[in-house]
Design a binder for this molecule. Structure first.
Ligand SMILES: Cc1cc2nc3c(=O)[nH]c(=O)nc-3n(C[C@H](O)[C@H](O)[C@H](O)COP(=O)(O)O)c2cc1C
Length: 253
């Protein structure tokens, strides 16, 4: 069983591709049940994007609340998608799973196109780069699936420089300062409602204009998928090209 979360589609694609290779099932975390009955020696996987050198909050909430029945020698792994670096996600996931009495036997990161725009000088990748990243990801997915199939105890992550500092200090600062309050819409909004439709946690209501609720994951699907580019965040997102995962890119890769 593979549980996944995705804002703009990268991690969804990875979860589905992995499930196909492992002949397993991919379950979207916001739609997951409260309880799962496991088979003997079952694989339990978590696929998610890296948010500020850690995992999205919803992944930890899910690990905390889900109940597994018949836990008998499971193989537990995670695959995170990132743009450049993961921080100490291996330690973080081990700790979160240990609290639940689960092991964490393997972890991998996959470089994918960037969807993060909420900082100065940060932008989405060029079309050429996106195609290149997806082509590489296809190859890496084969290798990752093989290792998971063989239940290899291995961690292959792009932790990056200053990983402990970024996960330990950068993440709490990010949580404190980057909140849903930064989102707004410009006059370009035509109330098409796509922002609400793509929000994976159903946190947007469109009345006269989109209104964000209080359980935002900051996944940026609303910002990236708005066809009018009407969704903005602070000063950072104006005139920046958006990112949407596209099957077209895969065909080209
Ligand atoms: C809030 C947020 C924070 C992010 N932080 C990081 C980060 O710390 N390191 C990194 O390499 N990528 C970071 N990214 C980029 C995403 O992890 C990456 O683009 C991912 O593949 C997006 O997956 P998705 O399409 O499934 O949402 C961040 C993206 C978002 C939205």
């Amino acid at each position: 069983m593979i549980f996944y979360f995705s804002g703009t589609g990268n991690s969804q694609w990875v979860a589905e591709e992995l499930a196909r290779r492992l002949k397993d099932k991919a379950v979207l975390i916001p739609k997951a049940k409260k309880e799962y009955k496991l088979g003997n020696d079952e694989k339990i996987g978590f696929v998610f994007p890296i948010y500020a050198w850690s995992a999205p909050k919803i992944v930890f909430d899910f690990i905390n609340r889900v109940r597994f029945e018949n836990v008998n020698n499971p193989f537990v792994f995670f695959v995170c998608t990132c743009h450049t670096q993961t921080g100490t996600i291996d330690r973080i996931m081990k700790k979160a799973l240990a609290k639940k009495g689960l092991p964490c036997q393997a972890g991998f990161s996959l470089r994918m196109p960037n969807n993060y725009l909420l900082a100065p000088f940060v932008k989405t990748d060029s079309e050429k780069k996106k195609i290149q990243l997806l082509a590489q990801a296809q190859v890496h997915l084969d290798l990752i699936a093989e290792k998971i199939q063989k239940k290899k105890n291995v961690f292959q992550l792009r932790r990056g420089l200053g990983a402990s500092l970024l996960s330990g200090i950068g993440r709490p600062l990010f949580e404190k300062f980057m909140t849903v309050k930064g989102f707004y819409v410009t006059d370009a909004c035509n109330r098409c409602g796509l922002c609400a439709k793509v929000c994976p946690v159903g946190n947007i209501r469109v009345t006269e204009k989109p209104v964000w609720g209080d359980h935002c994951e900051l996944c940026q699907a609303c910002l990236n998928y708005c066809p009018q580019q009407a969704v903005q965040y602070g000063h950072y997102t104006k005139n920046k090209k958006r990112y949407v995962f596209s099957e077209k890119l895969l065909e080209d890769s």
